[in-house]
Write a protein that binds this ligand. Structure first.
Ligand SMILES: [Fe+2]
Length: 264
């Protein structure tokens, strides 16, 4: 399995506070079958060279430690960038995209809801060749109230990552219900651990995949942690042209009218 979203670097964000905890997180992931982890530290402000250099150096030093005496998990670098009006400044730092391919950016919205201007931001990034991956929208208040607030993003080409913990019910019944509903509607492209420690928010995907499999079947659930994230890390185009529920309904209605007119 591939985990696209994990806070693993010691003492750089609200993830693990020391390197032993970081190593324990990687080990736990390896034990349950996670072979690749994209390390995605929070990026809260406008990216600048000093901050990027600090994050990259922290990553390289952690990777060396894992190579020296950790489990044989492949670590790649990325970031989780908080939504901000100046998000396009990330274009100057391709290493902040997932695995540094310059193609996919993990974007986090405030928990209170999707802010005004977010759709335009998504569109602008895509115009520049970067596809936003919306991190854990099932935890956002506006999505919890109304899932269709996500549709403009999906329509513009953005992709969706839900948290393993959401599917496990760690963030409450409503978040789990929303995550399952998005899955049923075919609007989820990845499950990520969004790991922060080795205890209550570990590098773990297996249980969430089992839950997802009950809704979308084993094969589809596996894709969310294998082939789909692999496409992202390789920087290849992601094959999406899924119909959104409202569009399905429209086509359904017009299809019905068409059949009545033409008798086909
Ligand atoms: Fe995160």
């Amino acid at each position: 399995m591939i985990d696209l979203h994990a806070h693993l670097l010691p003492a750089v964000d609200d993830g693990p506070m020391d390197i032993e905890e970081s190593v324990a997180m990687v080990r736990k992931g390896w034990e349950e079958g996670i072979s690749t982890i994209c390390v995605t530290p929070h990026l809260l402000g406008v990216p600048n060279q000093e901050l990027v250099d600090f994050l990259v150096t922290s990553f390289e030093s952690f990777k060396e430690r894992i190579l020296a005496d950790g489990p044989p998990v492949k670590l790649v670098f990325g970031s989780e960038i908080y939504f901000q009006p100046e998000i396009e400044k990330v274009l100057a730092f391709p290493c902040l995209t997932l695995n540094g391919t310059g193609k996919y950016l993990l974007v986090e919205f405030p928990m209170q809801g999707i802010p005004p201007g977010a759709e335009k931001m998504s569109f602008r990034l895509i115009t520049h060749g970067i596809v936003p991956i919306v991190a854990h929208p099932e935890r956002s208040s506006s999505v919890l109230r109304n899932e269709s607030t996500l549709y403009p993003f999906i329509r513009s080409g953005a992709l969706i990552q839900v948290n393993a913990g959401s599917l496990e019910g760690k963030f409450g019944k409503q978040v789990k219900k929303t995550a399952l509903s998005l899955l049923k509607r075919g609007l989820v492209h990845f499950i990520g651990s969004d790991a922060h420690n080795s205890t209550d928010r570990p590098v773990s995907l297996r249980r969430a995949v089992e839950t997802a499999a009950q809704v979308i079947g084993h094969e589809q659930a596996q894709l969310l942690v294998t082939a789909n994230p692999e496409i992202i890390l390789e920087g290849k185009p992601f094959p999406t042209k899924r119909l959104l529920p409202s569009e399905r309904e429209e086509i359904g209605l017009w299809g019905k009218v068409w059949r009545e007119i033409t008798g086909k």
